[in-house]
Write a protein that binds this ligand. Structure first.
Ligand SMILES: [Zn+2]
Length: 380
């Protein structure tokens, strides 16, 4: 199976093609923008453009051998890295090898099923030892193309986790002076979390959210969800295909992002009730490990809180969760939620997210968050 064509971003792609034609495309790029809008897909398109044997004025030819291999994720000079869970029970050089094996398996899975929902990076985990692999690969000669292309998705998860300053410096050196004609394309939805030294060595380009009409067409063509469901997912997508995909049902089960959105609402509903026992009970329904799965949950809690704030201040037409507007209005009416405290409630969520990044026990995080939200929202 081949990758689906890039959806939207026409102006962005044509500016990349023009820069490539003028040989002025920077060798180290950072594509940033909201999660799930197609940054890594755009990065793969740029990789294809630079290895294409007969690039046209508006992009890769799509016909040459290099292009055909690139869209099947089979080109030996295009290296795509993304977050992976740490394999258990291995360390040192064996860990590096185990990670490469896991990456190869993940690429194999992507070849079979190239669509994925955009919250998976946080859940999957972190980069370990990747710099070592990249450094080794970058100093090898390219197999077919004039130079190699390295794509590093969710780059904000990369460098702060590298234990040794040596590894971080090695990556900086590669970004500053890529060996031969190789090229680095980093992507990030949270560029503020990248090290300043990385930011200063890459040319940052913004990849914007997509129009919902494009997402609607994409979902209708690429998935087998019914029209009503795709229209609903589109309205919740915030211009992100990866997000829209996460709302679509998975067989008989609701989509992973819909499940998180519901969990987030349940947490807020418990927080605005005065009974502390309910918060404790709710926290026990969470697992005692794997806090990273709370990171995307926090995003949904923030969206519900903003919606409550909008309704409490009479701007109910501005809510994200359009399908639950009347439910939220009812919640605001029957509880003493203080709209003015929403901003402080949001800082509590940010703190919970930091704890989740630090891998604190999820039950403790949820219990603390419910208590803190209650204090902010209804003042007890
Ligand atoms: Zn080509």
């Amino acid at each position: 199976m081949s990758l689906h064509p890039v959806v939207g971003h026409e102006d962005f792609l044509s500016s990349m093609a023009r820069a490539h034609e003028r040989t002025s495309l920077p060798s180290s790029l950072l594509l940033h923008g909201p999660r799930g809008v197609g940054k890594q897909r755009v990065a793969l398109w740029i990789a294809q453009l630079t290895i294409c044997e007969r690039p046209a004025a508006d992009g890769p030819c799509e016909k040459c051998g290099a292009c055909r291999m690139a869209v099947k994720l089979e080109h030996p000079d295009v290296h795509w890295y993304f977050p992976l869970a740490r394999p258990k029970g291995v360390a040192g050089d064996r860990l590096v090898t185990a990670l490469e094996d896991a990456r190869m398996q993940a690429l194999e899975d992507l070849r079979a099923e190239p669509l994925y929902a955009s919250h998976t990076a946080d859940v999957r985990g972190l980069y370990f030892g990747i710099t070592k692999t990249i450094r080794r690969q970058a100093h090898l000669r390219p197999n077919m193309a004039p130079g190699q292309v390295f794509i590093i998705g969710n780059a904000e998860l990369l460098v702060p986790q590298e234990a040794s300053p040596e590894a971080a410096n090695a990556l900086l050196k590669l970004l500053e002076e890529p060996p031969g004609t190789s090229r680095f394309i980093l992507t990030s939805s949270e560029p503020g979390r990248l090290l300043p030294t990385i930011l200063s060595r890459t040319v940052a380009l913004h990849v914007a959210p997509l129009g919902t009409d494009l997402i609607d067409i994409f979902l209708s063509e690429q998935t087998d969800a019914d029209r009503e469901t795709t229209k609903w997912a589109c309205k919740l997508s915030q211009g992100s295909i990866g997000r829209a995909l996460g709302f679509l049902p998975d067989g008989q089960e609701e989509g992973p992002l819909e499940s998180l959105r519901r969990q987030a609402l349940a947490l807020i509903e418990v927080a605005v009730v005065r009974d502390p026992g309910q918060g404790y009970e709710l926290s026990l329904s969470y697992p005692s490990a794997g806090a990273r799965s709370l990171i995307p949950l926090c995003t949904f809690i923030e969206e519900w809180l903003r919606d409550l704030g909008a309704i409490a201040s009479g701007a109910g037409d501005r809510v994200f969760n359009f399908d639950e507007r009347s439910h939220l209005q009812e919640l605001v009416a029957r509880t003493p939620i203080r709209g003015s405290e929403i901003v402080l409630a949001l800082t509590e969520v940010e703190q919970a997210r930091e704890l989740a990044r630090g891998n604190v026990n999820p039950q403790l995080i949820v219990n603390g968050l419910v208590r803190n939200l209650r204090r902010r929202l209804i003042g007890t």
